[in-house]
Design a protein around this ligand. Structure first.
Ligand code: ATP
Length: 563
């Protein structure tokens, strides 16, 4: 069998890019997959997503635009400045590599033909090179393949390096193509392929199974140490709907306002993954320690929510308070005491050598209760009740909000663990954030395009006869008539100008009269405003000419929202 050439991939990329129709893309890719089965390696399927390693592997090719420019320059023997200049105009390094290769080919006659293996292996090396001389080594590897590439090949090599193929292919298209190529008359295999992909997070394994035959899919299961996609919840609007989704009785748990971790233990080693499958074990030595000391089992995969609490008051904190812990890889010691976390274990996917995905939720919960010790503010099985009683469930929900959690999760007690967001397994119930009606008490003039208009507004709530500031909002209005948004800045300026009471530089104090509805992401305590609170990411939803200042939010309303 002849070696597979990179040009065959490039032809595929071009045909996929040439159509926006999903079904056509699937058909084209299915034909290609049959060819790949004959001539190639199953891991080359990653190239269809502009990757060279499985999706569960969060390492990156890690090539910046800058390095790519250097490598193109080196490979083609042209000054970097030429590429930078062109980049300012074209904005796509792939296309630039293509143009420049074209020019070069007119003067040089000979180059080697690129095999898929050449391209794949060189790019794969980029992922693992570390240490001294990394940049030079990476550049040589890239220059080597670009140097031998045809113009079109150069375009796609560069796009692969930058993880942006621009051919309109998502996971669903690859799944459907595998299905069409290998099981054209068995539509039920499409679901099987998706389920297997959810478990493996690796298209090469799924592709390999499809090649070998249906039975192979049975072998794809969870493996501790390898990250896995988690189960997500559908929304319920109230307790009744939660029961409709999950049946009666259902399990209710606090919806902790933290972030999700899957915790793997295998051969004595503990690894933590985020929902996006990033390994964050280094960032959380406290969590690793809590697990080592408080969970009795040789191997497992647990699903959990990590919640921050205030080290002084011991009260739970919203997610934002601890979000910096996810990213911080160095000097974390200090953070451990400043931003301590509690671990709430709510599911188990693997236990002592076996997958538990197929067990009923109540049986999985029994395992959790058996192996997880409860240590206040360190680790515990998620707080849970099982009930059919609407009133009891409602009380539990309110209790959760009372102590500062987000709401409740509702789980079907006899359901298996199901990855992804599907109806009938798990629901979430939390209060909808409603827009706040607030009054404008100050404003600032804009600059540039918005010069002459009042474009930032200080908004306030009321406390008896007083108005207390709660934030500054400058988005949501339209710049010009006809654009999406509430009112125009110009119109708002016209409304506010007659109400100006005082001017101080750029700032004007406004007589409270104009009421606006403001959306926001959350409310935080803040000394910056007289209410003691600040809206995060506020945005004007609408001007409310129908509302008077008596109808705006009170400080008490705001306090309730921040419990
Ligand atoms: P949201 O913004 O509401 O968290 P989401 O899209 O991030 O939504 P969903 O699956 O829809 O995620 O909501 C459930 C999330 O709530 C889970 O991903 C998990 O991180 C968190 N959570 C908190 N407590 C629990 C619990 N007891 N059981 C399951 N998930 C929980």
């Amino acid at each position: 069998m002849k070696e597979m050439m990179y040009s065959e991939f490039v032809e595929l990329y071009e045909s996929l890019a040439a159509t926006s129709k999903r079904l056509e893309k699937v058909a084209i890719m299915a034909v290609f997959l049959k060819k790949l089965k004959e001539k190639g390696k199953s891991e080359w399927i990653f190239l269809l997503k502009g990757r060279v390693i499985p999706e569960y592997d969060s390492r990156e090719i890690g090539i910046s635009g800058q390095l790519t420019i250097k490598a193109i320059a080196k490979a083609l023997g042209i000054p970097q400045e030429t590429i930078v200049e062109r980049y300012k105009k074209v904005g796509d390094l792939g296309v630039i590599a293509q143009e420049l290769t074209e020019k070069k080919k007119q003067v040089t006659l000979f180059s080697k033909k690129l095999s898929v293996s050449n391209v794949f292996e060189n790019i794969k090396k980029l992922v693992s090179i570390e240490g001294k001389g990394t940049v030079d080594k990476k550049m040589s590897l890239i220059a080597e393949i670009i140097g031998d590439a045809s113009p079109n090949e150069a375009k796609y090599i560069v796009r692969t390096l930058l993880s942006d193929l621009r051919i309109g292919v998502a996971d669903g298209i690859i799944r459907d193509s595998i299905s069409l190529a290998f099981f054209p008359d068995e539509p039920e295999m499409n679901t099987k392929i998706q389920e297997s992909y959810d478990l493996a997070n690796d298209f090469s394994i799924v592709f390999q199974a499809a090649i070998k035959g249906k039975e192979e899919f049975k072998k794809i299961t969870v493996t501790p140490g390898k990250p896995i996609n988690v189960m997500l919840a559908v929304k319920a609007k109230d307790i009744d709907e939660a029961f409709e989704i999950c049946g009666k009785p259902a399990a209710f748990e606090y919806k902790y306002d933290g972030f999700r971790l899957t915790i793997h233990k295998y051969h004595g080693e503990i690894t933590l993954f985020t929902r996006r499958l990033e390994n964050v074990s280094i960032q959380f030595p406290d969590v690793v320690k809590a697990i080592k000391e408080n969970i009795k089992a040789d191997s497992f995969i647990l699903d959990a929510e990590v919640v921050g609490y205030d080290p002084k008051t011991k009260k739970y904190l919203p997610f934002q308070a601890i979000s910096q812990r996810i990213k911080r890889k160095y000097y974390i010691e200090k953070l451990l005491s400043q931003l301590p976390v509690e671990l709430n274990i709510f599911d188990v996917l693997y236990y002592n050598g076996q997958s538990t995905l197929e067990l009923k939720f109540i049986d999985r919960r029994k395992i959790i209760e058996k192996i997880v010790s409860t240590r206040r503010l360190i680790i515990r099985p998620a707080k849970q009740i099982v009930t059919s009683d609407v009133k009891k469930a409602q009380e539990f929900y309110e209790e959760s909000l009372e102590i500062g959690e987000e709401g409740v999760m509702i789980k079907k007690i006899d359901a298996p663990y199901q990855q992804g967001r599907k109806v009938g397994y798990m629901a979430k119930l939390k209060p909808e954030l409603k827009d706040l009606d607030l009054v404008i008490v100050g404003a600032e003039y804009g600059s540039g395009k918005r010069g002459g208009w009042l474009t930032s507004y200080i908004v306030a709530c009321k406390n008896q006869d007083e108005f207390l500031e709660i934030g500054k909002v400058s988005s949501g209005l339209k710049e010009i008539e006809g654009q999406e948004g509430a009112t125009t800045y110009e119109e708002m300026t016209r409304l506010l100008k007659p109400l100006i009471e005082e001017e101080k530089g750029n700032y004007v104090k406004i007589k409270p009269k104009i009421v606006v509805s403001v959306t926001y992401q959350n409310i935080q305590k803040s000394p910056s405003y007289s209410s003691g609170y600040a809206l995060r990411f506020p945005r004007i939803a609408t001007y409310r000419p129908d509302k008077g200042i008596k109808e705006i939010e009170s400080l008490k309303d705001i306090e309730k929202l921040t419990v």
